[in-house]
Design a binder for this molecule. Structure first.
Ligand code: ATP
Ligand code: MG
Length: 399
């Protein structure tokens, strides 16, 4: 019988990779703490309709990438493809916005998209993200971007920040008209874009097909159509970024693959791959029947950030080798050292001292502690430095 394998696109995250994963989530979590965000833990499955109504029906996510299924009661459900929709559903459902006029939440968890698996693109992947509700002021956009910038700094990842404004329901229709006119005046768009240009023209700007990318270079840009309110908002954000020396590139063709964004959109990009993306979405809460609530947020792809994490510094490992007569003492010694915060592995295999030392070497111990009846009598243990190949007696007794 063949061994069972994981499903394509649903990858295991093993050992060293899992460490990288935790370094990333801990970095963001520490920042969430000092920026006063609270955690929200949400279900993985939602009604499909939630994503139709928030992410938008004419988007790649909803049209092509969702894992949709019917349960035994014939309800049409979906594995969540992103986090924001669920967060908004939850805060509206529980009336949180009435109790907390400004609400800052973060989440972490698996998302699911039926995409062609490749580097940085999986079918189950993990995001860590945050949302700020109730702040119209661009200070919220700034603080959100600042937090992300700090995270990449702490992770020592040199990254490019791109920003843009995609306007609001007041100014976007005029731009859409100009864009549609342009798109009708040219030929050569891909099949998907020919549909998009009728149903959701902004999506054309996000097309990944090379020929479309070329054609889009000449398209009109939203920045030329911003209303005064959006323009001022965008300029303030840029002022704050400059004030804090956060380098950014204005990309007037940056749009997001989801419908709910307004005003600010941004992406953190490394080697052409977007590792973190976000923006403002001032009308999503009301479109899901909540009170009018401006909002801004982001989601970082943890696996994509993992591609840029090198080595994780490790705590030195102490291997504890004992002679059979000293077994109980060895257990107690290990316990005591661990209570002092040392990383200790008791070597249980190996028939003699030489074999045990070989095992200690194999598991990458920096130090080996050796203990036998003689050491117990003298109230010491032997500490062997595995790199320097030196050893010395360390006085020890249980207090
Ligand atoms: P892309 O344009 O690369 O498809 P996207 O616009 O679909 O990205 P978002 O929906 O904004 O991505 O998701 C935010 C982040 O989640 C991305 O920047 C990326 O880091 C990560 N992400 C999205 N899809 C995947 C995937 N299939 N596998 C791994 N990470 C992903
Ligand atoms: Mg995508």
């Amino acid at each position: 019988m063949e061994i069972l394998k994981a499903i394509r696109g649903f990858d295991d995250i093993l050992l060293e990779e899992a460490k990288k994963f935790r370094v990333i989530t801990n970095t963001f979590r520490n920042l969430f703490e000092v920026y006063n965000f609270e955690e929200i833990i949400l279900p993985i499955v939602e009604y499909k309709e939630l994503f139709d109504r928030s992410v938008g029906e004419i988007t790649d996510i909803v049209q092509k990438e969702m894992f949709v299924f019917e349960d035994k009661s014939h309800r049409v459900l979906a594995l969540r493809p992103e986090g924001t929709a669920g967060v908004v559903r939850a805060i509206v459902e529980h009336g949180l916005l009435y109790k907390h006029p400004t609400l800052k939440l973060f989440y972490e968890g698996s998302m699911f998209r039926y995409e062609r698996p490749q580097t940085g693109r999986k079918r189950q992947f993990n995001q860590i993200g945050a949302e700020v509700f109730g702040v119209e002021d661009p200070i919220a956009d700034f603080e959100t971007i600042k937090l992300c910038f700090e995270a990449f700094n702490k992770l020592s990842i040199d990254i490019i920040l791109e920003i843009n404004s995609i306007g609001c329901p007041k100014c976007r229709p005029k731009y859409k008209e100009a864009l549609v006119n342009y798109l009708h005046s040219i030929g050569g768009l891909c099949e998907d874009c020919n549909v998009r240009k009728e149903k959701n023209p902004l999506r054309v700007l996000d097309c990944k097909v090379e020929t479309c990318k070329e054609l889009i270079k000449e398209a009109p840009v939203m920045l030329d159509y911003l209303c005064e309110e959006c323009d001022t908002h965008y300029k303030s954000l840029k002022t704050y970024l400059k004030e804090f020396n956060i380098p950014y590139i204005e990309n007037p063709r940056l749009v997001r693959g989801l419908d709910y964004y307004t005003k600010t959109v941004f992406e953190f990009i490394k080697d052409g791959l977007t590792v973190l993306a976000g923006g403002r979405y001032d009308y999503l809460v009301e479109s899901l029947r909540g009170p009018h609530t401006p909002a801004v947020g982001f989601a970082a792809g943890i696996e994509r950030i993992m591609l840029y994490i090198n080595e994780i510094p490790q705590k030195p490992l102490y291997a504890l080798v004992y002679l059979e007569e000293a077994k109980i003492y060895a257990l107690k010694l290990a316990n005591s050292l661990r209570q002092d915060g040392l990383k200790v592995e008791i070597i249980t295999r190996g028939t003699n001292l030489k074999k045990k030392l070989e095992i200690a070497n194999k598991i990458g111990a920096s130090y080996t502690i050796i203990i036998g009846p003689e050491e117990i009598r003298k109230n010491v243990y032997i500490l062997k430095d595995m790199n320097k190949k030196e050893q010395k007696e360390i006085p020890f007794s249980f207090s």
